[in-house]
Design a protein around this ligand. Structure first.
Ligand code: ADP
Ligand code: MG
Length: 737
């Protein structure tokens, strides 16, 4: 008897196993059982030829009536035309290469034929259908097997292994399968109405009815959620056992001094969240908190206050940004907010002051070495840098707090990598402006506490958003930009590409680390958008175009993108912040975090190429000062759907509503980033919003089990499944890193 780990070759023979391994990566019985049919056909008769619809799939049991080959006119080789019949009606089959088919499709042969109905010269036909001819002796048996049952259709595994052969392999595997241990305990199955694992596989591969398929699929989905939730439950328990240093601000310290000089009052929300964080930091248990706050809600100040209280108690803090542009901006704004408090040990610095260091990948070595030293000696109370860099290279004297800013890729591994930095685990605060629906919070951030900043500071101006889809208005867009500049304001123009032919290839594989270019690639690409049918706007071309545009003559135009040298990027951002650049043409490097209050207009070219949440983020760059913000979504798309998405963005400023819209189409695996890690991800079926109830149920079950039995001693099957899921995750992470 076979079990899930038995090599396929042992059960079905090497000739069948090889193509499955080669083309689909299936090596074991379990792999094959998890290679579920794409869909199911109901076997029909040909009786109703009048109701055939072009483009529809049909599957019929029929007999070959005639078959003939003839040479092709344009090419070498022979083609084969056959006609099949169910006794009453006929259907033509066409093969453009007779090779291999000629011997099988002989008049009188009975078989199963599946394909897509096409129309050619007034007759219905199937081109290159999948088929399986029955053995003459076993015809009766075969026919019986098909009547009344659904026919599973699989992805083929190369030429030698079409769908129906995969199906045969699955049948053999099922027939030889011994008892499999079910990782979902029987009481849970009963409570949730789940079929057991053996039935699940049988119903997936040999269903009789649609209801069978639904029951099996439901169980599979449940499994996905259940496994993730079990991992999270275990992680939470492991986290509860961790110990670290409590960090409490001291009287007459940095935090007090900073509060005294803060140029504004904290909003009620900022005060509340600050209090939550202070309470966490004062515990000997490491904080693990997610702060989600609408774009512009003032997360940085909250984080800075937390960092200062850690410094007050003798520790250091690290601030991790996703891009170099953002890291540099944080460095500049933190040093300027702190003033002499950031000049500890320097001439003119405050006595209680500390130092702030910046670390980015493209700094000159000397500067970087200085920063590394300051971090290691403890002189730098705050170290600001990009995620990758800090994670990999920096030693701290006493790291007390890690703040991760603008984490929209919801990877768990980035957070975990940090926990091993200090001698003891640091407190961790993760900040994101992408509102996270409940199910995501519970899955991806299931091991964290959550705080939310919903309100914006007073005195903010509303952002008006318009879709510009009529070319008649394109020029008007630039005139509007010129008017804003004449009124003393600044403009961003965002394009989906950098330009520079020959370099703009297809997006490369993303790594576990972020560079600015990664971010551009990852975000300037919305999967739900149809493929572009024309050249998209690029930063380099747009710059030329705008310089030549009479409406903008005399304006100071500059560009910014991830392929520029770090120094140049810095200089441009500095100049833009100082107001000496009027129009900044950029890629999505400016998407997150960039904060220039005097910028009032955001023009997004080819706006249909960007995701909903991304557009919301981009638009959050304007309307940060006293003057109202304007966002123009320029598009030439003809797609109705794309236009609707843009109109939805224009219709509301509520990030949460938009995030839901965005997530509606995404699968959990997509959000977790599991998709990049290859075909064998555990998360393929769950829909974050549609399956909310199921995820909640699985969470409740998993947490109850782990609470009662943290080591899963009573649940060996579950323990094994978790171990192998974690192995896969680990392997995928290593591959990417
Ligand atoms: P985000 O949450 O998007 O990261 P920031 O932290 O960049 O937002 O804050 C946006 C702007 O609002 C910054 O210029 C910041 O100085 C300002 N700000 C933050 N808190 C307040 C407040 N309570 N009152 C007025 N302005 C504030
Ligand atoms: Mg921010």
């Amino acid at each position: 008897m076979a079990d899930l780990s038995t090599p396929l070759g042992k059960v079905v023979g090497q000739p069948s196993a090889s193509p499955l391994a080669k083309h689909r990566g299936l090596h074991t019985v379990g792999d094959l059982l998890d290679f579920v049919p794409r869909r199911y056909f109901e076997p029909g008769k040909l009786t109703d030829l009048s109701s055939l619809v072009e483009g529809e799939d049909v599957t019929v049991v029929a007999r070959v009536a005639r078959a003939a080959t003839r040479p092709m006119r344009q090419r070498k080789g022979k083609m084969l035309n056959a006609t099949i019949t169910d006794g009453d009606h006929e259907l033509d089959l066409t093969f453009f290469s007779a090779y291999g088919h000629e011997a099988r499709l002989v008049p009188g042969a009975l078989g199963l034929f599946a394909g897509t109905v096409g129309r050619y010269h007034q007759t219905w036909q199937l081109t290159h259908p999948d088929y399986q001819i029955f053995d003459a002796e076993q015809e009766q048996e075969a026919v019986e097997q098909y009547t009344g049952n659904l026919i599973p259709i699989y992805l083929p595994a190369g030429k030698q292994m079409p769908s129906w052969k995969v199906r045969n392999v699955a049948q053999i595997v099922l027939a030889s399968l011994g008892q499999i241990a079910d990782h979902v305990p029987p009481e849970v199955r009963k409570r949730r109405g789940l079929v057991d694992i053996d039935s699940m596989y049988r119903l997936l591969h040999q269903p009789s009815t649609d209801a069978d398929v639904s029951r099996a699929r439901y169980r599979r989905k449940y499994d996905e959620a259940f496994i993730v939730q079990t991992v999270l439950a275990q992680r939470r328990i492991a986290g509860e056992g961790l110990r670290t240093t409590a960090r409490v601000p001291r009287e007459g310290g940095l935090l007090e001094a900073f509060d005294a000089r803060m140029p504004f009052e904290l909003t009620a929300g900022q005060q509340e969240v600050s209090a939550e964080i202070a309470k966490d930091l004062a515990c000997e248990h490491p904080m693990h908190r997610l702060l989600q706050g609408e774009v512009g809600s003032g997360k940085t100040v909250v984080a800075l206050r937390a960092m200062l209280s850690v410094i007050d108690s003798g520790g250091q803090s690290a601030l991790l940004a996703p891009t170099e542009v953002l890291a540099s901006q944080h460095f500049r704004s933190i040093t300027s907010m702190l003033g002499d408090l950031a000049m500890g040990g320097m001439l003119g610095g405050s006595e209680i002051g500390t130092q702030v260091s910046l670390l980015t990948g493209s700094q000159p070595t000397g500067v970087r070495r200085r920063s590394l030293l300051d971090a290691a000696s403890g002189d730098a109370g705050i170290v600001v840098g990009t995620h990758a860099l800090i994670q990999e290279h920096v030693q701290f004297f006493d790291l007390g707090l890690v703040v991760v800013d603008e984490q929209h890729r919801f990877g768990v591994e980035q957070r975990d990598a940090l926990r091993v930095k200090g001698n003891q685990p640091p407190h961790v605060l993760v900040m994101t402006a992408t509102p996270i629906p409940r199910t995501v919070a519970m899955t991806v951030f299931g091991d964290m506490e959550t705080s939310t900043l919903a309100e914006l500071p007073k005195g903010r101006s509303p952002i008006a958003t318009h879709v510009v889809s009529n070319p008649v208005w394109f020029q008007r867009t630039w005139e509007r930009v010129a008017e804003e500049v004449r009124a003393g304001h600044q403009t961003y123009v965002v394009c989906p590409r950098i330009g520079d032919p020959g370099v703009d290839g297809p997006p490369g594989a993303t790594t576990g680390q972020w560079s600015d270019e990664d971010v551009e690639v990852a975000f300037a690409e919305d999967e739900s958008a149809p493929p572009a049918t024309r050249e998209l706007r690029s930063v380099l071309e747009m710059e030329v175009e705008l310089r030549d545009n009479p409406a903008l003559s005399g304006l100071r135009i500059a560009i910014l993108h991830g392929r520029m040298a770090a120094d140049d990027k810095d200089e441009v951002m500095r100049a833009f912040a100082a107001g000496t650049i009027d129009v900044l043409v950029a890629t999505t490097v400016i998407e997150v975090g960039v904060d220039v209050a005097n910028a009032t207009v955001m023009v997004i070219m080819d706006a249909d190429r960007f995701g909903i949440s991304q557009l919301h983020q981009l638009r959050g760059r304007v309307g940060r000062g006293r003057s109202p913000g304007l966002c123009l979504l320029v598009t030439e798309t003809e797609s109705e759907l794309a236009q609707q998405r843009l109109l939805a963005v224009a219709a509301t400023n509520d990030g949460f509503t938009l995030a839901r819209l965005d997530l509606e189409q995404r699968r959990e695996g997509d959000v977790l980033g599991a998709r990049q890690s290859g075909g064998k991800s555990q998360l393929r079926l769950l829909r974050l919003l549609r399956d909310e109830d199921l995820i909640l149920a699985a969470r409740e079950d998993a947490f109850a089990i782990v609470d009662a039995d943290p080591g899963l001693e009573q649940h060996p099957a579950l323990r094994d499944v978790i171990a192998s899921a974690l192995d896969d995750e680990q392997a995928a992470y290593l591959e990417r890193g």
